[in-house]
Design a binder for this molecule. Structure first.
Ligand SMILES: Cc1ncc(COP(=O)(O)O)c(C=O)c1O
Length: 394
């Protein structure tokens, strides 16, 4: 199936306002998602927050079914939390580490994850090791295989980094992790919604992602998948009366499903709207979405390479919808500002978000233009013309 671009743009009111190439930041929400969000907030205003949640309970619950379909897992393996960071944290901090344990990660790992590795390493004496990249710039499966031993207690990898089009070979990592019986935590924050994700095919035990990026959901909502076989062995770092039941003066009982990683209070409107966003994405088909996203991004890279002074910085054998580049002699913030004056949204990726990778490449910052299926070819032409002007100092 191909994407009906006219329909996609008609259903995305923001396309009338801006050329939105910040889909890896927060994508434009489509009308059904906006409506779900606004309607629920209006209902809360009219009848009360708890009462609105009760009335819409079935639609809120549907979020779990939608996410389970998206990831090919069971609804009981899904927790819906505030964002991808909290989802990832709840899994990571539930894992026990001791002195000498090894945590293996990738060069493109996201700063928040690395900060957590370092904190736990400091507390426990575990060590964090970065698996080298192969020649294409993706995590080297051969190197990972060589590094695996009985001391490796976690493989935690970012699927698609915040700072480029790289798609790490998650399924290959999953195969190695599974063969060695090591838990595999996949940060799918930037891949969810732009490509098919099947936790069985990926072989991951835990997966975290967010609503607002390629899934086109609202801000302030994310989710965690934890494989059933692992659930019972993971005690969340924080508990409340939703994650556990207070069963006696000195006793409590953890929930048996993945909601043990949630807490009681939640943004119900966002949760409901996340379910709508996932259904909406599935309605287009993730294969079709990814095919268009990849084609648009590759076209953009070709166009950028033709602009004198522009250098495309994306790594990897497989590249997705995130396009990063530098313009010689012009800092990334100035490029972003000049594009914003033309109603074109991009963002800047800085060293501090992906330090291992940026330091290794000697980069301080990059301009990030991330495309989605609702972007038109004409928008990308206008973007390229604007970059060419900026490169000439206009
Ligand atoms: C790779 C990656 N992981 C995690 C996050 C954090 O997501 P959130 O802001 O939803 O917590 C981001 C955000 O940009 C990201 O790019």
């Amino acid at each position: 199936m191909t994407i009906d671009l006219d329909r996609a743009r008609r259903e995305t009111p923001g396309t009338a306002e801006v050329i939105h190439l910040n889909n890896a930041g927060a994508a434009l929400m489509p009308r059904p998602v906006i409506a779900a969000l606004v309607d629920h907030i209006e209902l809360e205003g009219r009848i009360g927050g708890y009462e609105a949640a009760e009335r819409e309970a079935a639609r809120v619950e549907h979020c779990y079914d939608a996410l389970a379909r998206l990831l090919n897992c069971a609804r009981g393996e899904i927790a819906v939390v505030e964002n991808a960071t909290r989802a990832w944290d709840m899994a990571f901090y539930a894992l026990p580490f001791r002195a000498g344990d090894r945590i293996l990660t990738a060069a493109a790992e996201y700063a928040s994850n690395v900060i957590s590795f370092l904190q736990v390493a400091k507390r426990t004496g575990a060590v964090v090791e970065v698996v080298p990249n192969d020649d294409s710039g993706q995590l080297s499966l051969a190197a990972l295989e060589r590094m695996i031993d009985a001391r490796v207690k976690l493989i935690a990898v970012t699927h698609v980094p915040t700072n480029g089009g790289l798609v790490n070979p998650a399924a290959g990592i999953g195969r190695l992790a599974r063969a060695a019986g090591i838990p595999f935590l996949l940060d799918a924050c930037q891949s969810a919604g732009q490509m098919p994700l099947d936790v069985e095919a990926l072989g991951c035990d835990m997966l975290s992602a967010t609503g607002r990026k390629y899934l086109r959901g609202p801000r302030g909502i994310g989710f965690l998948y934890v494989r059933k076989g692992l659930l019972g062995r993971l005690e969340p770092p924080f508990l409340d009366l939703h994650a556990a039941r207070w069963t006696g003066a000195r006793e409590f009982e953890l929930r048996s499903d993945a909601r043990r990683f949630e807490n009681w209070e939640t943004n119900v409107a966002a949760k409901l709207a996340l379910g709508v966003a996932v259904d909406y994405a599935l309605g287009w088909g993730l294969e079709a979405v990814y095919a268009r996203v990849r084609a648009l991004a590759e076209g953009l890279r070709v166009g950028l390479r033709r602009i004198p002074g522009a250098v495309v910085r994306d790594l990897g054998a497989e590249r997705c919808g995130i396009v990063t580049f530098t313009l010689q002699g012009i800092d990334a913030g100035a490029v972003k500002a000049a594009l914003a004056r033309r109603a074109i949204n991009v963002t800047v990726s800085t060293l501090s978000s992906t330090r291992y990778d940026m330091e290794a490449r000697g980069l301080e910052e990059l301009v990030r233009a991330s495309v989605h299926y609702y972007n038109s070819e004409e928008e990308l032409e206008r973007f390229l013309a604007a970059v060419a002007e900026i490169a000439k100092g206009r």
